[in-house]
Design a protein around this ligand. Structure first.
Ligand SMILES: Nc1nc2c(c(=O)[nH]1)N=C([C@H](O)[C@@H](O)CO)CN2
Length: 117
């Protein structure tokens, strides 16, 4: 199976468990990998035979911008459900980086894989 990916997708959202975090927007950075067989699209040169990464980006950005979860766990799980339920991919890997959440750490977050390749 091939991989279609989006790297460094930056989105501002309300996320966090502390009172001060409920009053501001913070940046999260997503790396998304989606399994997909690209052969038919490559042969036909036709967007309708592939997984449109622009459509994925638009859907994920709209969802995350409107969300207000406490935990990054909940947010990343909901993103994985959207990808698996709404797009033609059987497997996704998502990295959610809440940069700045830990002042001494450059990166902090979660990596999940869902579905079957
Ligand atoms: N496993 C997690 N740990 C923490 C989370 C989280 O969402 N998942 N969130 C926080 C705070 O919101 C933090 O990001 C603020 O600096 C702490 N730990």
């Amino acid at each position: 199976m091939d991989i279609i990916f989006l790297g460094g997708l930056e989105i501002e959202t309300v996320i966090g468990i502390y009172d001060w975090e409920r009053t501001i927007k913070q940046k999260i950075v997503l790396d998304i990998e989606m399994a997909f067989d690209i052969k038919k699209a490559a042969i036909t040169d036709d967007i309708s035979y592939t997984l449109d990464y622009k459509a994925v980006s638009d859907r994920v950005v709209d969802f995350v911008e409107a969300s207000k979860y406490l935990l990054v766990e909940t947010l990343i799980e909901e993103i994985s459900k959207i990808l698996l339920n709404e797009f033609p991919t059987p497997w996704v890997k998502i990295t959610l980086n809440k940069k700045g959440a830990i002042s001494r750490a450059r990166d902090v977050g979660i990596i999940i894989e869902r579905g079957q390749k």
